[in-house]
Write a protein that binds this ligand. Sequence first.
Ligand SMILES: CCCCCCCCCC/C=C\CCCC(=O)SCCNC(=O)CCNC(=O)[C@H](O)C(C)(C)COP(=O)(O)OP(=O)(O)OC[C@H]1O[C@@H](n2cnc3c(N)ncnc32)[C@H](O)[C@@H]1OP(=O)(O)O
Ligand SMILES: Cc1cc2nc3c(=O)[nH]c(=O)nc-3n(C[C@H](O)[C@H](O)[C@H](O)COP(=O)(O)OP(=O)(O)OC[C@H]3O[C@@H](n4cnc5c(N)ncnc54)[C@H](O)[C@@H]3O)c2cc1C
Length: 652
Amino acid sequence: MEGVDHLAHERNRSQFDVNDMKIVWAGSREAFEVSDRMSRLVANDPAFRKDNRVHLTRKELFKNTLRKAAYAWKKIIELKLSEEEAGRLRFFVDEPAYTDLHWGMFVPFLKGQGTEEQLQKWLPLAYKMQIIGCYAQTELGHGSNVQWLETTATFDPKTDEFWWPGGLGKVSTHAVVFARLITNGRDYGVHGFIVQIRSLDDHSVLPGITIGDIGVKFGNGAYNTMDNGVMHFDHIRIPRNQLLMRFSQVTREGKYVQSDVPRQLVYGTMVYVRKTIVIDASNALSRAVCIATRYSAVRRQFGSQDGVETQVINYKTQQSRLFPLLASAYAFRFVGEWLQWLYTDVTQRLAANDFSTLPEAHACTAGLKSITTAATADGIEECRKLCGGHGYLCSSGLPELFAVYVPACTYEGDNVVLLLQVARFLVKTVSQLVSGKKPVGTTAYMGRLQHLMESTCKVQKAEDWLNPSIVLEAFEVRSARMSVECAKRLSQFTNQEEGFHELSPSLVEAAVAHCQLIIVAKFIEKLQGDIPGNGVKDQLQKLCSIYALFTLHKHLGDFLSTSTITPKQASLADDQLRSLYAQVRPNAVALVDAFNYTDHYLGSILGRYDGNVYPNLYDEAWKDPMNDTAVPDGYHEYIKPLLKQQLRNSRL
Ligand SMILES: CCCCCCCCCC/C=C\CCCC(=O)SCCNC(=O)CCNC(=O)[C@H](O)C(C)(C)COP(=O)(O)OP(=O)(O)OC[C@H]1O[C@@H](n2cnc3c(N)ncnc32)[C@H](O)[C@@H]1OP(=O)(O)O
Ligand SMILES: Cc1cc2nc3c(=O)[nH]c(=O)nc-3n(C[C@H](O)[C@H](O)[C@H](O)COP(=O)(O)OP(=O)(O)OC[C@H]3O[C@@H](n4cnc5c(N)ncnc54)[C@H](O)[C@@H]3O)c2cc1C
């Protein structure tokens, strides 16, 4: 059977309504319609072609990105696209660009940190792209440790180097710059300033500022469409009112006035972006899974029956590697949706001077950013392996996706550094239990600590693992026991910071356990709501169980060492998992169709919707510039003399 027929057959045998699932994946019918329209608009416009990226030099690649960004902006204006539509259009163009930082960090920073007066001045310019901004926080010597940034903003500033800001190297005209505010001889810590860095007339770099690109990054093409930059300030002067002053001001006399708000609000944009990165993890992982699933249904190896070999998707090992990733993509989608809710909620509370949920919002965004990006980066690489040798070809779409995606484990906070923030939050929560403080939000389960420390898992047969309350309790018990164990061991140290440092590997594991509990809990919560569509909820229930039981399997050491479950119960979980894989199998292709990705967005011959893989792989190979001539450049200089030499030697 040809690949085309395979996929049609797969689609016919699915047991749910894929159109309804598309709406669940998108979040709402409206969101689906916007995404669908924008993805087609991009896919059908040759100006957004991207299949030639791997053959371009860095300079050509970058110029091509500038062209696409300018063209996309023209379309946005011409078609009068809404903010949401414009965001989706940029997403489907699928090329990292300075616009990501302008819209994703510069504008949100202004909105979050500017006074009314500052917003009136800067926002209209930024919205019309009459200025282009980036986010300059990381220095050559300090990225994770924001409090120790060395750049100073005083009446007599020293000089320092920024390193990494996207969009800075070649494009931005303005930057949000993080520097220590010094006034009247006192250091008030890190604050955000808006600084013009290039001329709005001829784009030249302004006097006293040196800017360049930091050089080629990982992967061919990939994130090299972005001009991550280096910037050096030498005695730059900016007007006082370019300190973003919503939360703290400097008066004309140089007096520092701090509003009665936590200083961490200056980190607000990082919380916002970390939340976005979680949803983006589900985009990247679902894309890789879509390619690997379709190709696994097309590819046949061994096990010939009636002269036809077995589809590799039917191998149990293939299923046990692929389906947990499919389930994770859905799990990250739903936890991302919930995080969006949490972020909106905390923003509304902050506006009403209620700061009580800020630590929870920080811990959740930091922790979930860490574990979803780590799992996605590993998942994309696993999908490459699931596609065998063809997965290593750029035309599979997977190498580029991996190269573009992996820095998500580092940017917007190194994953380990962020998990240590979650660990601090957990240890604090446990220690506050002694003083009778009731934990709320995602740590509410710690309020039932005595029960969780004493309870035993109720599973007696494999099907018991389908019971959401049993699964949830197992994750709560594991997480609570790991946090308590860390807190106990920590209390044996006289110096808490030293203890935290010494125990940090275990603390990171406790943080991972807590974050995985959140993902499982939010998936279960999602399924308790109304989910319309023929067979849709049933499929999601299976995926939820797969996510939970696979996570349990992968972290079995935690579950056993905390005596959360017995080895027998672990073995029953594996039995249930195998049964779930078999149930998902007939629906796998339809479950990836529900992502509604166009072939343009997927950028993969292996993941083509029509499954027509082999003729296209073959044709694509012939398009490679290496095949322009049968005899390669360099033959006369380097191959021919060699061959002649060998001939002489063999005659000796
Ligand atoms: C669908 C659309 C697709 C779009 C995709 C979007 C993707 C866009 C991506 C664009 C691509 C790349 C962009 C990348 C940009 C960047 O990387 S910008 C630079 C980012 N830099 C970082 O993230 C640095 C990481 N470091 C930190 O955040 C902090 O320094 C750290 C949290 C590690 C520690 O901060 P300190 O202030 O030094 O901290 P402590 O003393 O440890 O903590 C003090 C207390 O403050 C609390 N805290 C810390 N951070 C926050 C916060 N953000 N919000 C609230 N509270 C915070 C911390 O918990 C402590 O609390 P406590 O005193 O214990 O109660
Ligand atoms: C593609 C990309 C785009 C970026 N874009 C921007 C941008 O637009 N603007 C911007 O300002 N920045 C940007 N950055 C910078 C980014 O935010 C930082 O690289 C990131 O925050 C990590 O900081 P670092 O490089 O100082 O890592 P380091 O902190 O030096 O990390 C190195 C190692 O040390 C470990 N480590 C560090 N501290 C601790 C600790 N306390 N305990 C245990 N282990 C620790 C880390 O886990 C890691 O393994 C970008 C980075 C990349 C890769």
